[in-house]
Design a protein around this ligand. Structure first.
Ligand SMILES: Nc1ncnc2c1ncn2[C@@H]1O[C@H](COP(=O)(O)OP(=O)(O)O)[C@@H](O)[C@H]1O
Ligand SMILES: Nc1ccn([C@@H]2O[C@H](COP(=O)(O)O)[C@@H](O)[C@H]2O)c(=O)n1
Ligand SMILES: [Mg+2]
Length: 421
């Protein structure tokens, strides 16, 4: 669920429309806070010029909360229709809305109530200068709401301006993303759409496989992915950002290891109740790309033993184990299997099968990837339901040559600099 807030006529609806347009293959529903305006009483109607439509009390927030909660729980809902001309919220038939993959809630004050705010997975604030908002409002309200300029200006100076400063602007601090220039900001809209797509992809696979862990996406992480996927990125930058991401995956993976409770005495003489790391660990890298993950593992686990497996990729299904060198006591260790890319899952199956043959319990294997194709996830998770996969992004899929897409090309060549002519 996405929230899009900002001053009146800042471009919220325009931004939402652009997001929906770009998410055309997803089920998206747009809910507008305007639909939850209270109907004016006959008395209020006689003094409509004195009514503050920009105050939080102008909305039926309890109803909005109910409707959005139901929608989020996957239920179809009826949304009221508000008529700006009659100031009534009793237009029939109501708008029937089916459950969707993405819910966008838009409105000037949707970040005001913490209960509504807490339902949102991403909060966006459209930030547009006051003079631009006023100019757009005059044009829109005269053309679409049948109002004259003096009415619009009067309402603006009496209520709209003050309510923006008192109620809307203070909610900007809750935003995850602030969009200057609204709908003109194509870069921000692209990033938001990519983020939603990533979330949707992850969400479904994680629902099917509880042993799949996708590290939580942030704009830092997406930025690093953007760099390593860009074919024009230099080797130096590729290695730098791949290393940063690998470190995150390794740290996240280590978080899944068992621990024992431990108490220590701090220099203040107090007791700190903490935990002790799991001691019996080893890494196993799948040559050659997996070797790029060894440094991060060594940096996190002092003196860790790292074994190696070489699997020859013959065509697309004929994976062949060529070489292996593993710690002799591997069966007594938790194993962090390192390979930055999970594609078809064939090499992974070979590598995991070897570990099992060596006596490693399936539940002691953590498979760490930078990116994973859904096909590979299905193959590995179905065959080895007790291993854990930790990855930083789920890909769209595989192309006709069984290469991960969008992917990042030959990871080993780019990382070790062997892709030069
Ligand atoms: N980037 C833009 N450039 C010019 N006009 C715009 C732009 N964004 C929105 N508008 C116009 O400004 C008015 C208000 O935009 P809208 O998206 O409806 O804002 P909000 O939903 O925040 O009230 C609309 O008439 C819209 O067509
Ligand atoms: N009867 C009404 C109800 C609301 N308004 C104004 O609409 C603005 C909010 O809508 P946006 O699409 O611009 O976010 C708000 O500023 C209200 O003053 C109105 O004029 N009449
Ligand atoms: Mg709007």
């Amino acid at each position: 669920m996405l929230g899009v807030a900002g001053g009146a006529a800042s471009g919220k609806t325009t931004v939402c429309d652009l997001i929906i347009e770009q998410l055309r293959d997803q089920r998206v529903v747009l809910v507008n806070q305007d639909s939850f305006y209270h109907t004016l009483t006959p008395e209020e109607l006689t003094k409509v010029h004195e009514y503050n439509f920009d105050h939080p009390d102008a909305f039926d927030t309890e109803k909005l909360l109910r409707v959005v909660e139901e929608l989020k729980q996957g239920q179809a809902v009826d949304i009221p229709k508000y008529d700006f001309k009659s100031y009534k919220n009793d237009v029939f038939p109501l708008r029937r809305v089916n459950p969707s993959d993405v819910i966008i809630l838009e409105g000037i004050l949707i970040f005001h109530d913490p209960r509504v705010r807490d339902l949102m997975n991403m909060k966006i604030f459209v930030d547009t200068d006051a003079d631009v908002r006023l100019a757009r409002r005059i044009r829109r309200d005269t053309a679409e709401k049948g109002r004259d300029i003096s009415m619009v200006l009067d309402q603006y100076s009496k209520f709209v301006k003050a309510a923006f400063d008192d109620f809307i602007l203070p909610t900007k601090k809750y935003a995850d993303v602030i969009i200057p220039r609204g709908g003109d900001n194509h870069v921000a809209i692209d990033l938001i759409v990519q983020h939603i797509r990533t979330k949707l992809g992850q969400h479904d696979l994680c629902k099917i496989y509880p042993n799949l862990y996708v590290i939580q996406s942030t704009f830092q992480i997406r930025g690093m992915h953007t760099l390593i996927r860009d074919g024009h990125t230099t080797k130096h930058d590729f290695v730098f950002y791949a290393d940063r991401l690998i470190r995150l995956v390794v740290e996240h993976g280590l978080g899944h290891l068992p621990f024992t409770e431990k108490q220590v005495l701090t220099p203040t003489g107090s007791v700190y109740s903490g935990v002790d790391f799991c001691k019996r660990l080893c890494g196993v890298s799948v040559i050659r790309s997996g070797e790029s993950m060894e440094n991060a593992l060594r940096a996190c686990c002092k003196g860790i033993k790292i074994g190696k497996i070489l699997i020859h990729r013959e065509g697309d299904n004929g994976q062949q184990l060529i070489y292996e060198k593993l710690p002799l006591d591997i069966a007594e260790r938790h194993v962090l299997l390192l390979d930055p890319i999970l594609g078809t899952g064939n090499s992974a199956v070979q590598a995991i099968s070897l570990l099992l043959k060596k006596g490693v319990p399936e539940s002691n294997i953590l498979f760490l990837n930078l990116i994973s194709a859904p096909q590979g996830v299905h193959v590995v998770c179905k065959r080895f339901p007790r291993i854990k996969i930790v990855t930083s992004e789920i890909e769209i899929g595989l192309n006709d040559d069984f290469r991960v897409i969008p992917g990042m090309g030959e990871f080993g060549d780019r990382y070790f600099g062997t892709d030069d002519d």
